[in-house]
Design a protein around this ligand. Structure first.
Ligand SMILES: C[S@@+](CC[C@H](N)C(=O)[O-])C[C@H]1O[C@@H](n2cnc3c(N)ncnc32)[C@H](O)[C@@H]1O
Length: 313
């Protein structure tokens, strides 16, 4: 079997097909439920999940949601969040990824509205991660939106955080101390630097290798950082709003057990297929590498509206 990227290592038993179960057990490698997340959550025992990563519907009228009054939306989300907190282990984490709800051209940042649903359950906010991406709609009456946020909450102070697994290369790894007792020695951590709370990861648009028919899927690299940092091998990673299974894929390729629920059959079927391919090391995934910067004499990078003289100024 050909393995394309490090990311695609197959973990449990590469020669076998994964069996995707539809009712929850802590022993299952993958439990993917076709139906409402609250129904699925009712099967999951208290304190059994290490990590929950999800991106819920944003109440903006996508094909998989009915736009509702914002108070009703927050109340529905709050029910799901309460249930997620019930099933979370004491050392576990919840990451809720959201953008803006748009009402009559006014933007309403959903993380601000949802923050209290977690705080009222005594969770602690560890980071508000800004996911920055380069592509999207071009607005004419406000600045174009190019980020969403991830609220990372823990249930206690005794939480899993594996920083070394997600370090990224320093800009100047060869930098040395210029004074003090370590003068002349390298000053950077040989394992790389903390990736910070601003993540530059391309969103999944039409030419992205991970693109499916889902209009808002996560890039695997985004979830993978959370999976690596906030859980350990064999832990269960859960996504109540599974979509096409990006959270489950990131879990499987990193030796975690996975669970999730999805109400739209075509997305559910794609999620099952992607999890199978990921398990076999055959799913194409964009590695977590720096965003491509066009350089050199590329025709598309040239501005056709200005002359070469002007360009060189
Ligand atoms: C923003 S998308 C998540 C996409 C996902 N992160 C991915 O990478 O594919 C939200 C998903 O939640 C699903 N959904 C909406 N309400 C749901 C519910 N009550 N139970 C389960 N899934 C639901 C939608 O069909 C949609 O696919």
């Amino acid at each position: 079997m050909k393995i394309k990227y490090d990311l695609n290592r197959s973990l449990f038993a590469p020669q076998e097909e994964i069996e995707i179960k539809t009712s929850f057990s802590k022993e299952n490698i993958a439990t993917l439920y076709f139906g409402d997340c609250l129904d699925f959550l009712s099967q999951i025992p208290d304190r059994s999940i290490q990590l929950i990563v999800t991106s819920p519907p944003y109440n903006i009228g996508k094909e998989y949601e009915k736009k509702m009054d914002i108070k009703e939306y927050i109340s529905q989300q709050s029910q799901v969040i309460d249930e997620c907190i019930r099933v979370l282990k004491d050392e576990g984490s919840i990451c809720w990824e959201v953008g803006n709800y748009v009402d009559n051209s006014e933007i309403v940042p959903l993380d601000i509205l949802l923050y209290d649903c977690f705080k009222s359950n005594d969770l602690q906010l560890r980071n508000r991660i800004v996911w920055h991406f380069g592509h999207g709609l071009h607005c004419s009456k406000r600045f174009s939106g190019r980020y969403e946020t991830i609220l990372w909450f823990t249930k206690s102070d005794n939480y899993t955080f594996n920083l070394d697994t997600v370090r990224i290369p320093q800009k100047y790894p060869g930098k040395k101390h210029f004074k003090g007792p370590n003068v002349g020695k390298y000053s950077s951590n040989p394992k790389g630097k903390n990736p910070s709370d601003v993540w530059d990861i391309p969103n999944v648009k039409s030419n992205h290798v991970e693109k499916t028919c889902h209009p808002c899927q996560f890039p695997i690299a985004l979830v993978q950082r959370l999976v690596l940092a906030l859980s350990n091998e064999q832990d269960i990673v859960f996504d109540p709003f599974l979509g096409v299974g990006s959270t489950a894929v990131a879990g499987i390729i990193n030796k975690r057990k996975v669970a999730g629920s999805e109400i739209v059959k075509k997305y559910y079927d794609i999620a099952c297929e992607r999890v199978k391919l990921a398990y076999e090391g055959r799913l194409k995934v964009r590695p977590d590498k720096p965003v491509y910067e066009p350089t050199g004499n590329l025709s598309l990078a040239k501005n056709p509206f200005i002359s070469e003289n002007e360009e060189s100024i």
